[in-house]
Design a protein around this ligand. Sequence first.
Ligand SMILES: *Cc1c(COP(=O)(O)O)cnc(C)c1O
Length: 222
Amino acid sequence: MSSDTADSRLSAIHDRIARAARIAARAPGDVTLIAISKTHEADAIRPLIAAGQRVFGENRVQEAAAKWPMLRDETPGIALHLVGQLQSNKAEDAVALFDAIHAVDRSSLIAALARAMDKAYRRPPCFVQVNIGDEPQKGGCAVVDLPALLAEARAAELPLAGLMAVPPFGVEAAPYFALLAKLARDNGVVGLSMGMSDDFETAVTLGATHVRVGTALFGARA
Ligand SMILES: *Cc1c(COP(=O)(O)O)cnc(C)c1O
């Protein structure tokens, strides 16, 4: 990706976020754009950093550990979010590497993260992932289990940033975003990590505080 391309893609996404925010009478600055750089090499990421983007997301601990220490050395102030499934045995690596963790979805992981945070003296904010479409193959806790899981996260003193979801593929996402927003309200959490390349504007109108955009910034993944 050339730096011109990175500049124009980034400003186009910011414009679209701002327009969606205005429709919902929200401040565009209340929405954090997470650039999802999974599968892309450092050379593809640098132009976006040069264009001013500072918040990035990866879905694999190992891939992030291979790419990001170098990129962070080059440019201070980068925040890295983990948006993919996390195995409990990688909790320590994740706590060391990431500034936010978006896929907390079960008791065993809450316990592993709490231990890792105590050990590292580092407490990255966590989003609890909800399986909002009740899909068997998807990560996230069942909607009915959310209150109990949030209680466990609070008891373990995980810093709770909010809820995260990936709605079912190929159907209108708005009802699922609206449901996630209601669940957040009902359960007293603030952040809403929802919306990807195809639906982030809808997510912003329905309250997203964090949108996770990959393809619309980097182009299609191989
Ligand atoms: C890959 C990924 C994204 C980005 O998807 P795009 O459609 O490329 O914008 C967002 N969230 C999660 C959890 C992902 O795994």
